[in-house]
Design a protein around this ligand. Sequence first.
Ligand SMILES: O=C(O)CCC(=O)C(=O)O
Ligand SMILES: [Fe+2]
Length: 813
Amino acid sequence: MRCRRTKAGRRVITLICARTRQGRYVEALELLRDAQRHGHPPGRYVLPSLLRACGGLSDLNSGEKLHGFAVRSSFVSDAFVGCALIDMYCRCGCIDSARKVFDFMPKRDAAVWNSMVSGYVRLGFAGDSMRIFRNMILGGVEADSSTWNSLIFGFSSAGDVRMALYLSRTMGVYGVEPDVFSWTSLISGFVRSFHNREAFETFRQMTATSGVRPSSVTISSLLPACASVADGKCGMILHGYAVVIGVHSELFVSSSLVDMYAKCGFISDAVNVFAEMTRKSTVSWNSMIFGYANNGYCGDAINLYHQMENDGVKPDHLTLTAVLTACSHAGMVGLGRALFHSMQKEYGIQPRLEHYACMVDLLGRAGHLVEAYNLIKEIPMEADLFVWGALLGACRNHGNVELAKLAASHLVKLETEKCGSYLMMSNILADAGRQQVQIEAVMTESSFYRSPPVESVQELVRRDPTRIPDEYVRDDDDHDEQGDAVQPHHFSSLQLPVVDLSLLSGGHPDEAHKLDMACREWGFFQVVNHGVDEELLLKTKDVTDKFFELPFEEKLKHSLDTERFMEGYGRSYAGPKDQKRDWGDMLMLMVYPEKFRSSKYWPSSPPEFMEVIEAFSAEVNRVAREILAALSLLMGMNRDGLLELHKEVVQVLRANYYPPCCKPHQVVGISPHSDACTITLLLQDDQTTGLQIQHAGKWAPVQPIPNALVANVGDVLEIWSNGRYKSIEHRAMPNSARARISLASFVCLNSDAEIEPLEAAVGGAGHTKMYGKIKYGDYVKRVWETIQSGKTKFMQRVKLQSEYSQVIDHVKE
Ligand SMILES: O=C(O)CCC(=O)C(=O)O
Ligand SMILES: [Fe+2]
């Protein structure tokens, strides 16, 4: 403060600096306000601390006021103040303001350049950080290890493996040897961009050859990689390593260990680590409570929450989300209610939309539908899709058509604004239902199956990798939607379930429970230990790769035509001319029954294509049957129940090829859709993340687990289960670095088989069948009609509702 020469002034400066160092930013700013009230404006030495507090709180308003003050008092030309201003603006997400401060600084030392470099990195602009770096070098300022480490982190977290590794090798040439921070930057960046293999490999090199010892930060950065691929064994090895180097009991490491073990399903290991922790943060408690809740130990989650309270640890909003989720799953309505009502009073936690959604889910599951609806009416902000979705789901389960209508009307409104909707689909469907007669007529006139001329995105990229024709560029709405993808750190408590097929086939009840939960809550899961030979998986990817790498003319020999149902080679789903196109090519093949195969669509090159795809498809078929058997048991049938309903298993293979795109955020690899089949098994690239699924109202990336198959519930299973199992919307996104290949095997049924909710799933008299009866062949036709008609922005799922369509009809009136 200006009065720093007085004793009181010095004390305030010391206090503010201390509070900021401890991360107690609110108190630091309160001290400032207090001092200002007493007529003491901030001085030059305390300004950087105050700006850091503003940045830490993302309090742009206070930061700007301090900036104004710094300009008026000329402190702004001070290098420390300048760095702090740049940092504050970047933490508040205002890169342009940070850049202005930087541009106007009269003298820039290495620290100022570093602030700008790390500011760009923080906001994900690796390319800009490189430009600043270049100017720094050209300006004769020497880069230090902090500059290099920021750049390395920028490129590794952007997923640019080559550049990140190049930088880490080059820094030595400039006289700056990589230190533990450089290695950790590489590793944590790779983990953030889902390049887990590269992260592990870098860790291996670090420990084997670099002579640099990993720190607790290195270990805790790498542990989430084990969690994300559910590789508990690898996590255990890292745990052992942490013990050897003596960092296992540091707070960050042990919290990450709890999180890793819980996400890998090793709940007792998580409990052991948690019990041994001498110091626990709210993050550690949250990890354990989420761990219990997500693994089905809801009672333990709730007990632990009480223990947390008894230990005097203050819960945060995530703790409440975790414990309310546990209450909901355990059906503990009273406790959930009490917690919800006390969270604000006792802990000062303002309920957020996710807490309301948990409460609606909790009340709805227990059948308190009116109370759930009344709660929604009390929400002080606009209820989101998740809240209304929870109510609609509950209404469906309890057969309350009136409230379902209401929930649906809100969802339709929200979805109309947002697009990519669950209910809009139904809306369209209801439409399709009414117009069935006209549709049949249109189909007979055969405009329906008319395929577009074959084009190829791969060719487009081959010709000019920098060009994206307008018809592929998504408009602003789509951009918003993509920007909405869940980031890995938001995803901490949400892991795609992993089902071990060998345990499932062996009748392991926990595994069946996991499968049931996965189909209900996610609609997606990863299948491991499926017994498909690793070499066969490699070969399958290899022949697919080779096919797409053939000259265009070669591939055209197998192109889709108008005679058959979208079979053959061509570009991805084709809607009408004015509809945006997907950034991908595909090859669609009928695999089973063999009589459906048409040799003209099957590539003759590479020569082993058919043999490999046949072997692969047979294995997929086996895996699918195992899963169907387990689901049959879960749905109260004998093992063959679902299989018999197929009348005949029809297996369709769709090989997708998504070329790299210079501006991947402007395009979509495959538009949001659900699969019109029973279940889908997807073999995806182990290295490249591209698949995203709708979860909790956001797009969640599915991180590849090497050699796993991704399984998802299709529309037919949703119908059979009367909505208990969810056919979830998903999409695929390309990236700028490399092409991605995926092979989706759709398990379908005979087109004459009739589909409708199974009696056992409806739950007897008085319960509502949420879908009407239809022949599968007609159902598929409707799906395609909907896409081809371009009535929807994206390909939409076609659902056939009985009561549900009444709901929509009502809403539309
Ligand atoms: O490429 C992917 O990851 C998704 C493919 C897909 O959803 C499909 O082919 O239906
Ligand atoms: Fe799909």
